[in-house]
Design a binder for this molecule. Structure first.
Ligand SMILES: Nc1ncnc2c1ncn2[C@@H]1O[C@H](COP(=O)(O)OP(=O)(O)OP(=O)(O)O)[C@@H](O)[C@H]1O
Length: 206
């Protein structure tokens, strides 16, 4: 994945100017910088929920198009808190997403991922009965039951306890080993140190 000369404006106010970086398979780049520096905006441009004023975002050399099947297949992202279906259990959410992304018999995968994210005991709970940290774990799990070449995560450490952040670091390192590229924004220096091969530092524009 490559970002070339990215520029973004909100109501004519520049927030990102001429940002360029390349992320290779199996590598991780962390976007760092203070509140308001533009990290989320960059991630939104990449997943297609914000429109750049200039620049290119390339996936395997072609401009990224979130409506294209290949992009929906290859890019797993978690930017905001997810809205869950109130009457589907944690396990049913993961089952649904796995099937929607082409895995017709996801039972074993769902159990493995629930175990990985520490939600096996909460598999049959409805989202409304999960704690905010457990909901966050379920949201991260939705990215793990689907095919992915690129993971785009905005502050994945948010609301996780220290054991959860440690798990997150291990999980992201395992993702890199299986060849997934990871682009994540984070305020957690230890997580960035553990996972990122490079950091891209953004600063708020005057
Ligand atoms: N929808 C919007 N309309 C107008 N301005 C916006 C909008 N979204 C973000 N901004 C502004 O753009 C700038 C960058 O915001 P962004 O959310 O990308 O920063 P961030 O680096 O992710 O911050 P944080 O660390 O707080 O999550 C901020 O000045 C913010 O106020």
């Amino acid at each position: 994945m490559a970002v070339k000369g990215l520029r973004h404006l909100y109501a004519e106010r520049p927030v990102i100017e001429d940002l360029t970086f390349t992320l290779r398979a199996g590598r991780a780049i962390a976007l760092v910088g203070p509140n308001g520096a533009g990290k989320t905006t960059v991630l939104k441009c990449i997943v297609g929920s914000a429109e750049p004023a200039a620049g290119q975002i390339l996936l395997d050399g072609s401009p990224i198009d979130e409506r294209a099947e290949v992009v929906r297949r290859d890019v797993a992202s978690l930017l905001d808190d997810l809205d869950f279906f109130p009457d589907l259990t944690a396990a049913e959410h993961l089952d649904l997403l796995a099937r929607a992304h082409g895995n017709g018999t996801p039972e074993d995968l769902v159990d493995t991922v629930l175990d990985d994210v520490g939600l096996l005991g909460a598999a049959d709970q409805l989202p409304g009965s999960l704690s905010s940290g457990q909901r966050r774990r379920l949201a991260l799990a939705t990215a793990l039951v689907r095919p992915r070449k690129l993971l785009v995560l905005d502050e994945p450490e948010a609301r996780l306890d220290s054991a959860g952040v440690a798990w997150l670091g291990e999980m992201l390192l395992a993702e890199k080993k299986r060849g997934t590229s990871i682009l994540f924004a984070s305020h957690d220096a230890a997580l960035v140190d553990a996972v990122a091969d490079e950091t891209v530092t953004l600063t708020p524009l005057a």
